[in-house]
Write a protein that binds this ligand. Sequence first.
Ligand code: NCD
Length: 307
Amino acid sequence: MLKGRHLIDPQDFTVEELDEIFSLAEEIIKNPEDFAHTCEGKILGTLFYEPSTRTRLSFETAMLRLGGKVVGFSEPSSSSVAKGENLPDTIRTVGSYTDIIAMRHPKEGAPKYASQFSPVPLINAGDGGHQHPTQTLTDLLTIKIAKGKISNLTIGLCGDLKFGRTVHSLIKAMSRYENIKFILISPNELQIPKYIKTEVLDRKLINYIEVERLEDVIDSLDILYMTRVQKERFFNEADYIRLKDSYILDREKLKSAKKDLTILHPLPRVNEISMEVDSDPRAWYFKQVKFGMFVRMALIAKLLGVS
Ligand code: NCD
């Protein structure tokens, strides 16, 4: 039963519960008009303490397409946060006005803390360099639609694996499916955090390797998940400038890739996928964007218990 639950970590829901969400999302994709009144009378609160385009707008359009309404802020300086209000008080207040909350925060763990004070379901829309479970729902649904399965796949995760929260969440979630091999492609300094290795990959005896060069492994991949270098999480600008263009996927590099490779990116893209790749049939990142809205529609309906 998903009604009334929070979504803070990608492992908060079982694989079966995720399947329920994906099935509903696929029904919505087929017949969106059937769901135009599903959330009538319900209100979503979006509290974004960090910049966002896709996550906030896909949450908001998801609720509007379900017939619900939306309130919130995209800039904490325009709310009482600027007067020094603490997070529990903000959450108790917004939870009194709304039926469900999506929250993004620069501090790791903030949504978990906030959920303890929330009278309504609270969804983590990204917390610092930690987790981003609804991007993971988006990624898994896209993989399911592209490949027809979420098992027996080799996935390359490329770029900033240290600060990229979408990567952390995707590894956590995919490690629960059968026969997934991870190829972790990053500069030495941007390798996956140790806790992901010890608590997820090693603990579950998952097959993974760490490499520095995309060219060396691209031919073995079923999925290539590109990410941007997370500028806002660097302590030092010189390091960012040195590392930001570590990987640029272009037509030339794709020559040795599989014909049915699926290229994903949570977006925003900065430089890591050349625009010439956009017209390649293997580029799925703009379809992924759209699936993100549909999967959030399914998630909202399930957490509100109205599907
Ligand atoms: C990601 C994020 O915010 O973590 N964007 C998104 O939600 N689609 C990825 C990123 O910012 O690089």
